[in-house]
Design a protein around this ligand. Structure first.
Ligand SMILES: [Ca+2]
Ligand SMILES: [Ca+2]
Ligand SMILES: [Ca+2]
Length: 307
């Protein structure tokens, strides 16, 4: 276990404030869904990482004993957690597992294990360690509310791992730290993955991994900057449902990687960087009002019809 010295990595104060505010908002949002039993009080004055593992989980309708692990069997399990996870690792083990966490994922990990798993979790809220969701091997479906990390030691990490995964998350944010680790990151890893995320900003990263992936984001770098890196394979990068993705106006970066890639994107800034897109449809966006918005037929102030 690494210690967590005060950050000296020069994170801009404004960003830190923004993060703190976001974390607070997330906590408040999560509070509505956590159980009334509430977490045990933190050991007052406990140095650094001496936090009590906290969870209220059930494995196949049997309450999981307290402790820092919640484990499924090698068969198909249903693991349900009705509270925040704090300093806990939840593992599905083998089989096609369903893992559902209704609270925050604080310094904790959710691992699908072998098999085709379905994982649903709320916000990843790393505080003193990383928060992580991994599908592990198999064709997994992963849904996470938001992915917001901070540096190497407080990463918010979602990995599909081997297999053809489907990953859905909200916003992805947070700069990596040493060795490019951590931050806010979503990766498909090996396999033909489908990744749909919200806004990628404040140095958040979405990586496709090998093989032909489909990556859809709501926005990329609208306020600060973010990265989409599709990796090897014939990849497709776009907005949601194939809409045109706006890159910028700040430091949005798209690297489609090796392969015959299709990018439905429009850059709205000179600070963006777009590389390795073999196909970039020039078609104007239908709804997002790009710079070349389709000329509308003259409809003579017709009232809005239902469509
Ligand atoms: Ca299992
Ligand atoms: Ca799996
Ligand atoms: Ca994968």
């Amino acid at each position: 276990m690494t210690s967590t010295p005060p950050s000296r990595r020069g994170t801009r104060p404004r960003l830190r404030v923004r993060r703190a505010a976001a974390a607070l908002t997330a906590l408040l949002a999560g509070a509505a869904t956590t159980s009334l039993a509430g977490p045990p009080a933190q050991a007052a004055g406990a140095p650094d990482r001496a936090r009590v593992p906290m969870h209220q989980c059930w494995v196949n309708d049997v309450a999981a004993p307290p402790g820092d692990t919640v484990s499924g069997t090698n068969d198909d399990d249903h693991i349900f957690c009705d509270s925040d996870l704090e300093n806990v690792t939840v593992s599905g083990g083998g089989g096609n597992d369903m893992i559902e966490v209704r609270g925050l994922v604080i310094d904790s990990a959710i691992m699908g294990g072998e098999g085709d798993d379905v994982i649903r979790a709320k916000h990843l809220v790393p505080q003193k360690a990383s928060s992580m969701v991994r599908g592990n091997r198999g064709n997994d479906v992963i849904k996470v509310a938001t992915v917001s990390g901070d540096g190497a030691e407080r990463g918010a990490v979602v990995h599909g791992d081997d297999g053809n995964d489907k990953i859905f998350t909200g916003s992805v944010s947070g700069a990596p730290g040493k060795f490019n680790r951590g931050g806010g990151i979503v990766t498909g890893n090996d396999g033909v993955d489908f990744i749909r995320v919200g806004t990628i900003d404040f140095s958040g990263r979405v990586l496709g991994g090998s093989e032909g992936d489909r990556i859809e984001a709501a926005a990329l770098g609208p306020e600060s900057g973010g990265l989409i890196q599709a990796g090897p394979g014939d990849d497709t990068i776009s907005g949601h449902d194939g809409a045109v993705l706006t890159v910028g106006p700040h430091w949005g970066t798209v690297d489609a990687g090796v392969g015959k890639d299709t990018c439905a994107i429009v850059s709205v800034s000179t600070r963006t960087a777009v590389a390795s897109c073999e196909t970039m449809p020039k078609a104007p966006p239908k709804e997002n009002g790009g710079p070349e918005a389709q000329p509308q037929p003259d409809t003579e102030a017709e009232p809005e019809s239902a469509h």
